[in-house]
Design a protein around this ligand. Sequence first.
Ligand code: NAD
Length: 487
Amino acid sequence: MTKPVYQNFINGQFLGNQSGATFAVKNPATDEVIYHVEVADEYIQNAAIKSAEKGFAHWSTLTPIERSRILLKAVNLLRTRNDELAKIEVLDTGKPWQEAECVDVQTGADVIEYYAGLAPSQVGQQQMVAEDFYYTRKEPLGICAGIGAWNYPLQIACWKSGPALAAGNALIFKPSEETPLGAIKLAEIYIEAGVPAGVFNVVQGAAEVGQWLTHSPDIAKVSFTGEVGTGKKVVASAASSLKEVTMELGGKSPLLVFDDADVSQAVSAAMLGNFYTQGEVCTNCTRIYLHKSIYQQFIEELKTRTEQNVIAGDPLDPKVNFGALISKKHQDLVMSYIDKGIAQGATLLTGGKTLSPESAPNGYFVAPTVFIDCSDDMTIVKEEIFGPVMSVLVFEDEEDVIQRANDTHLGLAAGVFSQDIKRAHRVIHKLQAGICWINSYGNSPAEMPVGGYKQSGIGRENGIETLDHYTQTKSIYVGMGNIESPF
Ligand code: NAD
């Protein structure tokens, strides 16, 4: 059967490229090509800029409340089409339906709804200066670019377009070449909701299309989600035209479990923060530091629950809670880290192998894996693996574990489990990470700013401050008297 071919989405409609170049997208759970996508060639790139210029000229003149009304219609459509969109995410990413059905579309819609609500409340300042005064206006930046990763494709498109559009900008969004369909569906929804053509455009392709976006002098800002190494290239390229940048990058986040913690709760957090979305979550707590006194209890419960409760298989089966990794290449990379862990002396508590479940025998599965006997200098403890691989470490002293947890160039997230509220807050304040949880892990509501310390990122997504990052401040000085001039 011939597979569909999706074109780029420009100026409110699909637009064919001139080069004829396409790429194939596979379902990670079946290893089958599910559709093809046209690459954004030079013709598409030029059309995208023209389209966004036109979209911006119209959209930026609407009042915030008019924009808000339209965006809320899109939110409603996203929620109404939850199941159709969630299925696209399952087929593109290999994640379980169980997750996509209640998280991916919902959390995307939440963020657009949040910024639709916030946009009309954005105000400038005014201040008297003797008899004169000045006031400020929050003006949109113009054309912004969004570049997405493949783990939460639709959610990332919503998290970038929500604040960008609410503030009056136009956006050219490039999804990951592994997962291009969700963004196209979002583009259709925006048009149906009444967002003018050209305000949200989708261009498709891999690094070279991303490079064009980051280099283009017509684009005012780039918001990027992806690996640290790619983020550095994006910042360097964006510097050529001094673009604003937001960088949502990788992590190697610690979870500290103290002797007074509720151990079962901490095990739940560690499993969520390593095995949810089969381990492909940027904030994952892949370094679990256990106080010596609860170590045995923790790893016994962790082993039992991992071996009994994780159900790998066809991600569309609602009973399955553990899906396939994004690609064969990524599966090989994760397995190579597991091999390094073993070679460097860590002990496998469980997992450590690929899986071939009966309902999805050709999928790129890696078993939920836990390493014990880890030390801080091992590769599996230092580098982001972006798969279901947890490293367990032991500590005795609070100051020592804080120092070890911070001994990394990354700083995306961190967690503390302790019933002692003074200790929990004291420790979390000392951890060098932008997204922190106490007696919890992974929740990320639209209201809460998220982003990394150190090399895990620049700027924030979500929360009030992000809207400011999609605007620029214009100051206007008003003279009320005569000008004093020596000339
Ligand atoms: P990646 O860096 O390989 O690719 C991300 C995007 O960048 C893709 O769309 C890709 O086509 C594009 N790209 C590649 N090279 C480029 C270049 N030179 N210039 C411009 N664009 C380029 O990342 P990935 O493998 O898609 O995603 C996994 C990574 O994303 C992990 O490191 C993960 O931690 C991170 N991530 C971070 C967050 C966060 O919010 N901090 C969220 C999700 C994923």
